[in-house]
Design a protein around this ligand. Structure first.
Ligand SMILES: [Fe+2]
Length: 190
């Protein structure tokens, strides 16, 4: 039973694949903290998760801030400020843990604060990435892929076709201008 856990949903999508993946992993680590609390893990185990959470959060914030700056996202400055506030709150909880308080009680407060902050932050600020192009070539409003039934003319052969012997395909006619040099081996002597 993990009643505390946060579930990923489309409501948390920013439209930027890289950032969404980072948020998913962030939520995974936060949920590990919930597991540790609920299964009565030692203070030492919780500190390990909190360490990982801090390193990953800081790395992710850097990536996301760079991304917003590069894409000239209108909320880039607000995002940076919110991240700084988050880190401050995070370090407060961390100091409490280091000071040797009731780790389960501190971790529970930490978990609740971080999850509600993260969800609101993603939906309120990070979601603005939707209005700018994604950094990994995945624009927010990605153009629909071509329909499957109309493949481009130069599409490579399917896996099945590749297994057929070469002569099963009709020979390609080369234009006269190409001369013999452009002829395929099976076209000589015709
Ligand atoms: Fe953010």
């Amino acid at each position: 039973m993990s009643s505390m856990k946060v579930a990923w949903s489309d409501a948390l999508c920013t439209g930027n694949r890289a950032i969404d993946n980072q948020h998913k992993y962030l939520i995974d680590i936060i949920n590990d903290l919930a597991d540790a609390i609920e299964s009565g893990q030692t203070a030492q185990s919780m500190k390990k998760i909190v360490n990982l959470l801090q390193y990953y959060t800081e790395w992710h914030f850097c990536k996301e801030e760079d991304c917003m700056e590069r894409l000239k996202c209108p909320v880039a400055a607000r995002n940076k400020q919110a991240h700084a506030q988050f880190i401050e709150a995070f370090l407060g909880f961390r100091s409490e843990l280091e000071a040797g308080g009731d780790s389960s009680e501190i971790a529970t407060r930490m978990y609740k604060t971080l999850t509600s902050w993260l969800v609101q932050h993603i939906q309120g600020i990070d979601a603005n990435l939707r209005h700018v192009s994604g950094e990994d070539g995945a624009p927010a409003a990605a153009p629909a892929p071509p329909p499957a039934e109309t493949p481009p003319p130069a599409a490579p052969p399917s896996a099945d076709e590749k297994t057929e012997p070469p002569l099963a395909s009709p020979p390609q006619e080369s234009s006269p201008a190409e001369g013999n040099a452009a002829k395929k081996w099976w076209q000589f002597g015709r």
